[in-house]
Design a protein around this ligand. Structure first.
Ligand code: UTP
Length: 298
């Protein structure tokens, strides 16, 4: 049985240019779906999967993210005085135990692979670790990372979350070449980052949840820029396969929203808004009205 995964890396040092001008001063990961920042969804998912230590790879301009996980004594006192216990309870989810969270800087946005590599000194040689990209938000009955850690306990190796994407969109993703397909799990024979449509090995795409080991960090150690000049995490995982070690794709059960893109963020806002009991009625009424007005205008 593979070792338990209790540490996770959250790369949050990207520039978030697709959300400019907002991301000029607000970290993308602090943008909210309904009333919770993207990062909170990722943290909750990690906690549900048994993660105890959280490593954030940050950069300049991300201090709002660091403050978010701090206690807010004045706010808490004021809520306590007013008897707002429900809000105090909501705030509890944002607090981290002392020492559970570590911040490390990526001095320059050199790519996701480089961001993960920046955390290398905080990960011991035989320790598996998860990587969660907070801009991939996954709605699932069993949180995605928990599904993966359960599967990983049997497989070991490396594991990436995978989902089928329409062929015309496949070149926007890292894609898996599959050697064995066993239900939720696929054995990976190769990985290509954003290939041309004619070079796509499948339409099974990698999305932002990974379980990795120290060997991937060693591969990153030796790497220079890949697709787009960035140091690609996919390339370092693909090297694992070349070196004869196992990499698994895991078809998770759930719906993934690409909150790093405007369309994906809006879709997630609608989906999460509709799933909140206190908003459901008013919001769905509004959407229905909007649709009928649009239909009438056509
Ligand atoms: P993206 O590819 O979405 O890049 O990164 P980005 O900079 O955040 O956004 P755009 O494309 O400019 O709009 C995927 C994840 O990898 C992190 C990002 O913070 C995000 O969580 N990342 C990316 C880093 O931490 N460092 C990097 O150098 C690049």
């Amino acid at each position: 049985m593979a070792r338990k995964v209790t540490k996770a890396v959250f790369p949050v040092a990207g520039l978030g240019t697709r959300f400019l001008p907002a991301t000029k001063s607000i970290p993308k990961e602090i943008m909210t779906l309904v009333d919770r920042p993207l990062i909170q969804y990722a943290i909750d998912e990690a906690r549900a999967a048994g993660i105890k230590e959280f490593i954030f790879v940050t950069s300049r301009g991300k201090s709002a993210l660091e403050d978010y996980f701090d206690h807010a004594p004045e706010l808490e006192t004021s809520l306590r005085k007013k008897g707002k216990d429900d809000l105090l309870e909501v705030l509890k989810d944002t607090n981290m135990d002392s020492g559970a969270i570590a911040y490390i800087r990526q001095h320059k946005a050199l790519g996701l692979g480089h961001a993960v590599w920046c955390a290398r000194r905080l990960i011991s040689p035989n320790e598996p670790f998860a990587v969660l990209l907070p801009d991939d938000v996954i709605a699932a009955e069993t949180p995605c990372l928990q599904q993966m850690t359960e599967a990983y306990e049997e497989t070991g190796g490396c594991m990436v979350a995978a989902m089928e994407v329409p062929p015309e969109k496949a070149s926007a993703y890292g894609l898996l070449k599959v050697s064995q397909d066993i239900g939720q799990k696929v054995k990976v024979a190769g990985m290509v980052e954003k290939p041309k449509p004619e070079d796509a090995p499948s339409n099974l795409a990698v999305i932002g949840r990974y379980i990795l080991n120290n060997k991937v960090l060693q591969n990153l150690n030796k790497m220079k820029g890949g697709a787009g000049g960035e140091i690609q995490l996919t390339d370092a995982i693909a090297q694992e396969i070349e070196q004869g070690r196992d990499v698994w794709g895991y078809r998770f059960r759930g719906q993934r929203f690409d909150c790093g893109s405007k369309a994906g963020f809006l879709q997630a806002t609608v989906a999460f808004g509709l799933s909140r009991p206190e908003l459901q009625e008013e919001f769905s009424e509004y959407l229905n009205e909007l649709i009928s007005v649009q239909r009438a205008a056509q």
